[in-house]
Design a protein around this ligand. Structure first.
Ligand SMILES: NC(=O)c1ccc[n+]([C@@H]2O[C@H](COP(=O)([O-])OP(=O)(O)OC[C@H]3O[C@@H](n4cnc5c(N)ncnc54)[C@H](OP(=O)(O)O)[C@@H]3O)[C@@H](O)[C@H]2O)c1
Length: 268
């Protein structure tokens, strides 16, 4: 039995706990910490998982997952450092924070794995990218890979690529939500009821996502397959290109990467 403590059960922390339960872990293997007692009691009641303080959670855990906001990490590490048992694996979900920061604040030799997850973890469809710190072994990286595979997909990347990952898949769901929102507005402009427009677009997004994942074809080929000569799709594509949507997406993701770098620097 691997005991897991999640420190900070907000959106991502809760999604991980719920995903681990749904993936077959027993509530006895899990504990969490939360700053506000009301939130701790509510979540504990809903998931059946015990809430403890940081020291109590660390004393029990084989794996400690840090899921607080990056700006809240310093006091959590100060509490965690004296309580951490030797050999406990520390997994950080904190955007922008390098493994070196945790290695510097925790007992010498602490194995650390950095993860960039995303919110589809809530429905078991996360995309997580993981990187080993200096002391994490290949086995420990594989343990984290297995843990996160129960709540979605996992890739291994060098830590130097984590800011790019943050910009692509960490923030990625927000870009799709934004696109869907804009497309529903377009449906309303064309006179469709909001609920009908939403159904049409959400199912189209879901179907397109499945095709992208399940087909070995490049997205260009999938798009070409629905772009007939002098048809409706090419008329729309011309407008997307005329309004610079491709360039806007590239610039937006570059800005997200730059912001991730900036947040990492500020936290250090
Ligand atoms: N949301 C995303 O899309 C996303 C994607 C990838 C990575 N992440 C990373 O995941 C981490 C969590 O993000 P989130 O969106 O889940 O944030 P969140 O909803 O604010 O969750 C963080 C939770 O930790 C609690 N907390 C703060 N300090 C604490 C302490 N000392 N002890 C115990 N609990 C404490 C917070 O309580 P309060 O409510 O009192 O502040 C909050 O409930 C962040 O580092 C973020 O970078 C998030």
């Amino acid at each position: 039995m691997t005991r897991i403590a999640v420190l900070g059960a907000g959106k991502i922390g809760e999604a991980l706990l719920a995903g681990l339960l749904a993936g077959g872990r027993s509530a006895d293997e899990l504990v969490f910490t939360e700053r506000h007692p009301e939130r701790a009691a509510e979540l504990s009641g809903r998931l059946g998982i015990e809430a403890l303080d940081v020291a109590g959670a660390a004393a029990r855990a084989d794996i400690v997952v840090l899921a607080v906001k990056p700006q809240d990490i310093t006091p959590v590490l100060a509490e965690l450092a004296p309580a951490l048992r030797r050999g406990t694996l520390v997994v950080s979900l904190c955007a922008g924070l390098p493994t070196a920061l945790f290695e510097g604040a925790l007992p010498a030799g602490t194995p650390v794995v950095r993860v960039m997850p995303n919110t589809p973890m809530l429905v078991g469809e996360a995309m997580s990218a993981i990187s080993a710190g200096t002391h994490a072994t290949d086995d420990q990286l594989a343990t984290v890979e297995k843990l996160l595979a129960s709540v979605g997909r996992v890739v291994r990347v060098p830590e130097s690529q984590q800011d790019a990952v943050t910009a692509l898949s960490g923030s990625g769901p927000a870009y799709f939500f934004f696109l869907v929102e804009a497309m529903i507005d377009a449906g309303i402009l064309l006179g469709l009821p909001r609920s009908v427009a939403a159904d049409l677009i959400v199912q189209s997004a879901f179907g397109a996502a499945r095709m992208l994942r399940e087909s070995s074809d490049h997205p260009v080929l999938l798009r070409e397959a629905v772009t007939s000569p002098a048809g409706t799709t090419i008329a729309a594509i011309r407008e997307l290109e005329r309004h610079g949507v491709r360039a806007a997406l590239i610039a937006a993701i570059e800005a997200a990467r730059d912001r991730s770098v900036e947040l990492g620097r500020a936290a250090r």
